[in-house]
Ligand binder design. Structure first.
Ligand code: HXC
Length: 256
């Protein structure tokens, strides 16, 4: 069977492409297992500093694989803890940029929200249409989307199942940037290369601190940020980054 994902490396960046184009990259368990194993390996790989996750021109991913789920019973879903595998993808600390062309629906939209940020093409379409199938989002969509774009729009999308265009997704804060379709992957790769050129420790702690804002009360989050900020002053990369600025030269981070 053909690989369900395809990985290429450019310098310190990995480009991971979902590779079930005929099924619009529907996310079956085999694909999830391959993607999670690959992402965990990239997470441990010190020669890689960031990854871009993309799909095909027509679809980033049109959701969880409906054919695979259709016949399952509630007992089977509970027993398998269906979709729990995706928690491992979200937990990977490697910076993950979603490069979205075409449909990002249901689980596809939820995977976009598991990434650290998204760059979308003008033709991208986002939505949570599970209600049309008689179910609800099952990979974190009701929770992550509400935190990202607010209750009102999240309710609209989850209750009507409508799709949202890229410009609306940008206004809502679901994606960070919208670019012409053909520039999505190059733009995401350039952003990933920039991230990968910085101190590995600082980048990982920055993404962790931003992510804490979704979990912690403000005062606690600010204390967390300050503790991390103080701790970074014990690192060679802080010395190098600040010395390079003062000496007006590019920084050479020890642990990029
Ligand atoms: C399995 C899928 C699929 C999916 C598309 N395909 N989406 N297979 N699971 N989620 C398959 C189609 O069956 C078809 O296969 C091929 O991909 C091309 O799709 P078409 O429908 O022919 O394409 P088009 O007419 O262009 O329509 C595109 C589309 C539509 C609007 C994106 O495919 C669609 O609505 N897909 C389902 C979107 C969805 O409901 N996603 C949420 C899933 S539930 P064949 O073999 O016929 O060529 C989910 C979370 C579940 O993600 C949580 C619950 C627990």
């Amino acid at each position: 069977m053909a690989d369900l994902i395809d990985i290429t490396r450019e310098g310190r960046v990995a480009l991971v492409r979902l590779n079930r184009p005929a099924q619009l990259n529907a996310l079956n368990l085999a694909l999830a297992e391959e993607l999670v194993a690959a992402t965990e390996a990239l997470d441990r790989d010190r020669t890689i500093g960031a990854m871009v996750l993309t799909g095909s021109p027509k679809a980033f991913a049109a959701g969880a694989d409906i054919a695979e789920m259709a016949g399952k019973s509630a007992e089977e879903m509970v027993e398998a803890d269906f979709f729990a595998i995706w928690d491992r993808f979200a937990a990977c600390r490697i910076p993950k940029i979603a490069a979205v062309n075409g449909y990002a629906l249901g689980g596809g939209c939820e995977v976009v929200m598991m990434c650290d940020f998204a760059i979308a093409g003008e033709g991208a379409r986002f939505g949570q249409p599970e209600v049309k199938l008689g179910v609800i989002a099952g990979m974190g969509g009701t929770q992550r989307m509400t935190r990202l774009i607010g209750r009102s729009l999240a309710m609209d999308l989850h209750l009507t199942g409508r799709t949202m265009r890229a410009d609306e997704a940008l206004r809502a804060g679901l994606v960070a940037r919208v670019v012409p379709d053909e520039e999505v992957v190059p733009t995401a790769m350039a952003a990933a290369a920039e991230i990968a050129s910085y101190s590995r420790g600082a980048v990982r702690l920055a993404r962790e601190a931003v992510a804490k804002a979704e979990e912690l009360p403000l005062a606690e989050g600010i204390r967390y940020e300050r503790a991390v900020f103080h701790r970074l002053f014990g690192t060679p990369d802080q010395r190098e980054g600040m010395a390079a600025f003062v000496e007006k030269r590019p920084a050479r981070f020890h642990a990029p």
